[in-house]
Design a protein around this ligand. Structure first.
Ligand code: HXC
Length: 268
């Protein structure tokens, strides 16, 4: 589908995306790149990074992949430093790395719970924390009065309660809270806008294939106001809105992109 945004809306911007080599993260990499941004991708798997970067290069998008795990602070520091060394600055950080699996609470070990918190919540905080010096107004390659922006990919699981997702629900609730706290502190002090996006069920993603197999989705569809799955494209367009000047007065919000699903109930 053609983008409603101008092709150069992000010209000159540099974006770093964790988990940007596959799924929703890759679509965001692709669309930010198609709209003029240079792209750095951080991920754990070299082969995934290489194929993502090759796809971006084939479209003429400047891109580079860095191996790293958001659970390791030294990886976060190294990847951020390498990104700024390579592209000269950092304007956009997208925290899309996430871990997930379906498990009843009684079968989830505390270490399993912690693993997802470590990836989603602590990982998001770590990346933001280490990115601050590059994103803040007056940071390397930046104008003295203008800061960069952060997008944290969240979910809607924790707005109510979701079966077999106790760990992810807790992790994403923390992510939303991090978004608000940083928006307050860093918006005020450093001109950095921090927002989130909460995708609903998005077609052709690990989220849907792992967490909502077809037998669940076919029942769910009856309760979806727009009666269909979202596309990765929908999340990428929301990202462009939030990171571009179109969203310049939006700070501290988590934009739900789910077709209205989370607030729906079965028809009585
Ligand atoms: C129960 C599990 C488990 C499972 C792991 N664990 N998988 N417990 N059921 N299926 C437990 C392990 O037993 C262990 O605890 C602990 O978690 C750590 O497991 P490891 O395998 O050592 O962890 P690691 O190799 O780091 O793998 C991390 C992972 C993995 C989260 C477990 O699934 C992962 O990284 N997946 C790739 C990313 C991903 O899933 N992306 C999709 C995101 S979709 P013990 O006690 O045994 O030591 C998404 C959408 C959300 O986020 C919203 C949807 C609507």
């Amino acid at each position: 589908m053609e983008s409603p945004f101008k092709g150069d809306i992000l010209k000159g911007k540099v974006a770093l995306l964790t988990g940007g080599g596959s799924g929703i993260g890759f679509e965001i990499s692709l669309q930010l790149g198609k709209h003029g941004a240079s792209i750095a991708i951080m991920g754990r798997r070299r082969n995934v990074l290489d194929s993502a970067v090759a796809s971006l290069h084939s479209l003429g998008i400047p891109a580079i992949g860095f191996e790293g795990d958001v659970r390791k602070r030294e990886d976060a520091m190294r990847v951020l430093e390498s990104t700024v060394k390579h592209f000269g600055r950092l304007d956009i950080l997208v925290n899309a790395a996430a871990g997930n699996f379906l498990v009843p609470a009684e079968d989830l070990s505390p270490n399993g719970f912690r693993t997802v918190i470590d990836i989603d919540s602590v990982g998001t905080f770590t990346m933001c924390h280490e990115a601050l010096k590059y994103l803040k107004k007056g940071g390397p390659g930046r104008e003295p009065s203008s800061g960069g922006t952060i997008i944290n990919i969240s979910a809607t699981l924790h707005y109510t309660a979701s079966w077999y997702q106790i760990h992810v629900s807790a992790a994403k609730a923390a992510v939303d809270s991090i978004t608000r706290s940083l928006a307050l502190e860093w918006g005020t002090d450093y001109d950095i806008r921090v927002n989130g996006i909460a995708p609903g069920p998005i077609d052709d993603t690990a989220g849907v294939s792992k967490l909502a197999p077809e037998e669940i989705m076919s029942k769910e569809r009856q309760n979806m106001p727009l009666f269909k799955l979202g596309e990765k494209w929908d999340i990428a367009m929301a990202t462009i809105y939030l990171v571009s000047d179109a969203g310049k007065y939006v700070n501290g919000t988590t934009l739900v992109v789910d077709g209205g699903l989370w607030l729906s109930k079965p028809r009585s």
